[in-house]
Design a protein around this ligand. Structure first.
Ligand SMILES: *Cc1c(COP(=O)(O)O)cnc(C)c1O
Length: 405
């Protein structure tokens, strides 16, 4: 008799986010005359750079002629894109990464789960709390997370690194054993960024204990402060212990187009094996790469025009983020993030739970935020507001909240 993957019995339904979406839909029904403002968005709203759209269109047209038709591309990604990434994202920052160490993917969410396949099933996986839920789901679906406890909101086999305001939501390396650590800076959901010293502490620890860091740099393009590294490979020794994931989703609005990349340095070796070669072997069996037009679109981001268009959109979101941060501060909220990330992490007032505050903002203001507890137990007492919305709407949301406070 066929049986389903038993891990699915353990995996909780995403009831919190389903519930909040349901409440928002219900509010709209009850208030047909009012407008709902969504500051819970995890998706961008501004269009992709024109340079990328034009390059994709041109690439699509190439495919109709036999002279320029292309079938399966290289699994690793086209060299033209890997070279552009190498030049613009690494060499320009003084980081020595070669095109051979770069792997084009259809986005980070895919790779952050798939990378687990390179390591033993008994590896201890550590992650931040609060956390981007995709890491947890990936570990749980392949049976590496153990048993889920609904009370603590934690899995028995995962090692949680509590992120609190006390240390600016950047955890120190654990004192106990861990093999694989998911780190994401600038962070979703807290908006915290790790500086050079903090990242160096992690890299030194990983090299000491032989751990591997899976570094999610999805929000790299939002970094504004000088002391925040744009790549983990700016840190000495990182090439021996880190894998970096980057995405065009939040930088170039590619959430629907789908493209990102993973960097596995040659120097990353374990048990005498080059991890990059294992990944290549895995890719050849599990993937046929990313479509040609999409890779041409991504390449076009690395041009003067593409960069200018991208910077304009990022600046728009950054201004929203600062407006949210300052606006909430003026109302005496304790807020974090927003400076190097499109997320503002706000403490709930008067000791409310994150769900109580969600309800209050929805009912009284018609503003949707994300309850922090949805990202883990340490997110309790916070809500996340995103800067991906419309400028005017973001302003209106602040005015409505001001009336309430
Ligand atoms: C949005 C986001 C991503 C992007 O994932 P893609 O699959 O590339 O769209 C990755 N990591 C984090 C933390 C995110 O918030």
């Amino acid at each position: 008799m066929i049986r389903i993957n038993p891990c699915f019995e353990q995996i909780p339904r995403q009831y919190l986010f389903t519930q909040t979406a349901g409440k928002a839909a219900d509010w709209v029904k009850r208030h047909p005359e009012k407008s709902l403002i969504r500051l819970g968005l995890g998706d961008v709203t501004r269009p992709i750079p024109a340079a990328a759209a034009e390059a994709m269109a041109a690439a699509a047209l190439e495919l109709q002629h036999s002279a320029t038709f292309r079938g399966y591309g290289p699994e690793q990604g086209y060299r033209f894109l890997r070279e552009a990434i190498c030049r613009w994202d690494y060499a320009a920052r003084g980081v020595n990464i070669t095109p051979d160490e770069i792997y084009i993917s259809d986005g980070i969410k895919t790779d952050c789960g798939a990378l687990l396949e390179l390591f033993d099933a008994e590896s201890v996986i550590a992650l931040c709390d609060p956390v981007y839920p995709a890491y947890v789901d990936a570990a749980a679906i392949c049976g590496r997370a153990g048993v889920y406890d609904h009370r603590s909101l934690r899995w028995s086999k995962l090692l949680y690194l509590s992120c609190t305001a006390e240390h600016g939501f950047v955890p120190h390396p654990p004192k106990c054993h861990a093999d694989l650590v998911y780190l994401c800076f600038p962070n979703n959901p807290t908006g915290a960024a790790a500086d050079r010293t903090q990242l160096a502490e992690w890299v030194d620890w990983a090299n000491d204990v032989n751990a591997v860091l899976l570094f999610d740099g999805a929000y790299e393009s939002y970094i504004t402060q000088e002391n925040i590294p744009h790549s983990v490979f700016e840190i000495n020794g990182a090439q021996r212990c880190c894998i970096e994931l980057r995405s065009f989703s939040k930088s170039a609005g590619f959430t629907g187009v789908r493209c990102g990349y993973t960097v596995i340095p040659n120097e990353l070796r374990r048990e005498g094996r080059c991890i990059r070669e294992l990944w290549e072997r895995r890719l050849s069996g599990r993937s046929n790469g990313v479509s040609y037009p999409v890779q041409r679109g991504a390449q076009a981001i690395y041009s003067e025009a593409g960069q200018a268009q991208l910077r304009e959109t990022i600046a728009y979101y950054q201004e929203n983020a600062i407006m949210l941060r300052n606006g909430l501060r003026d109302m005496r909220f304790t807020v974090y993030g927003g400076e190097n990330a499109p997320y503002v992490w706000a403490e709930t007032p008067k000791g409310m739970t994150s769900c109580e505050f969600f309800d209050l903002l929805l009912e009284q203001c018609g503003v949707v935020v994300t309850p922090g507890v949805g990202f883990g137990s340490c997110g309790e007492g916070y809500v996340r507001l995103t800067a991906f919305g419309d400028r005017k709407e973001t302003q209106t949301a602040l005015e409505r909240i001001r009336l309430l406070m």
